[in-house]
Design a protein around this ligand. Structure first.
Ligand code: BGC
Length: 381
């Protein structure tokens, strides 16, 4: 009996050390106790968009809270760099990876993870052209875009407008290498296209009806979500295509780019002094929420990224423990929106959280939800 219990104890100890390259026991193995202290690698895309700094910190805290170790790395808009960071996680024996990628060049690193039997969760951004992973967790990005379209619809009072006095807008999209950018744009255009067709709304500059019009989509897209790129494009528009009209609205895909677009407008006499167009956004960044409070940016979309991080880490824990995932507060995409998990090589399980539209009327919501750092919160009060 004593011998048997010693043998069992040895087996448990071997199990917790893991085999081969740093503890890959394959998915579906083990109970909670063997995974204690295991490493979870967290690969974030960029720091120039504020949200990712929160995401990195939230994920790390949530991972550590469950008794794992966490390493966080930022690719800083460079996919080769992120691939190297993923390789480092694998070398360090990561048991699971949470990855928010820059572009589909990440697929080779994900293939390496699969070869090492390290499961990967695509975080916020789908990993395209890869069949080497099974899980994706994000917000309902089509809805994010619909909220942006609705922002323009309400802000420009499109329901009451007539083709005799059309409203003028221009369109911006996010990074062409980020699959989310297409969902945001298509969601927004599903609201705006009927008004364009009826002549109530006129588009200045390129008009892709959907992201499937790749040539025009590329013309309105913003490489790597870089604010200076959007600002320069807006300045050019104001001096050329939009020189002889007053823009009533701008579809901006996130807050970082919205503020760059607003900056370009404020430098133009036509739009200074409270005459800004209705500008959309996303992320509820402190600077943009302040801008909404002060009546400059019109709206944003609040995605509670602390909840996303928590849900992603719960999913990670369940995968590591070989359990069937069950994520409260998230819906598994199916039916019309099942394609949200379509990588081009495979349909992965996509868990969706709900975004919230934010305007001057409810800007306090993220403040009350604890979305801001104390310094940010102080600026908003
Ligand atoms: C995210 C947005 C973010 C953008 C730029 C997207 O994939 O969903 O929240 O603003 O990337 O970083």
């Amino acid at each position: 009996m004593k011998k048997l219990s010693m043998l069992l104890a040895m087996l448990v100890a071997i199990g917790s050390l893991g085999f081969a390259k740093g503890g890959q026991q394959g998915s579906g193995s083990g109970s909670g106790s063997t995974s204690q202290g295991a490493l979870v690698g967290i690969a974030m895309p960029e720091t120039h968009v504020q949200r990712w700094q929160k995401d990195g910190a939230n994920l790390k805290a949530a991972v550590e809270k469950l008794g794992y170790r966490a390493e966080v790395a930022y690719g800083d808009a460079d996919q080769n760099r992120q691939n190297q960071q993923i390789q480092n996680f694998l070398t360090n024996g990561a048991k699971l990876l949470i990855v928010s990628n820059l572009n589909d060049g990440v697929a080779s690193a994900i293939a390496d993870a699969a070869q090492d039997k390290v499961p990967v969760i695509a975080y916020d951004r789908l990993i395209m052209n890869s069949g080497d992973y099974d899980y994706y967790i994000t917000f309902n990005n089509l809805k994010v875009g619909q909220f942006q379209g609705q922002g323009l619809e309400t802000g420009l009072k499109l329901k009451e407008a007539s083709p005799d006095a059309p409203k003028y807008i221009t369109l911006f999209a996010g990074s062409p290498t980020d699959n989310n950018a297409k969902f945001f744009f298509d969601g927004a255009m599903s609201v705006l296209n009927p008004y364009i067709k009826s002549g109530v709304l006129k588009v200045i500059g390129p008009y892709p009806e959907t992201s499937a019009d790749n040539a025009n989509f590329q013309r309105i897209a913003t490489e790597n979500w870089q604010a200076p790129v959007a600002k320069t494009r807006m300045e050019n528009l104001l001096n050329n295509d939009a020189a002889n009209v007053v823009l009533d609205g701008v579809l901006a895909p996130n807050d970082t780019l919205a503020r760059a677009i607003i900056e370009a407008c404020l430098a133009d006499a036509k739009y200074a002094d409270g005459k800004l167009p209705v500008v959309t956004g996303q992320d509820a960044e402190a600077d943009s929420v302040l801008s909404i409070k002060n009546g400059q940016q019109y709206m944003t979309v609040f995605k509670d990224t602390a909840k996303l991080a928590e849900a992603a880490v719960l999913l990670a824990d369940q995968i590591i423990k070989g359990q069937t995932p069950s994520i409260p507060g998230a819906t598994l995409a199916s039916g019309d929106i099942a394609s949200i998990g379509d990588t081009g090589k495979k349909r992965v399980k996509a868990y969706l959280l709900e975004p919230v539209i934010l305007t001057k009327d409810n800007w306090q919501l993220p403040l009350n939800a604890g979305h801001f750092t104390p310094e940010e919160a102080a600026r908003l009060k």
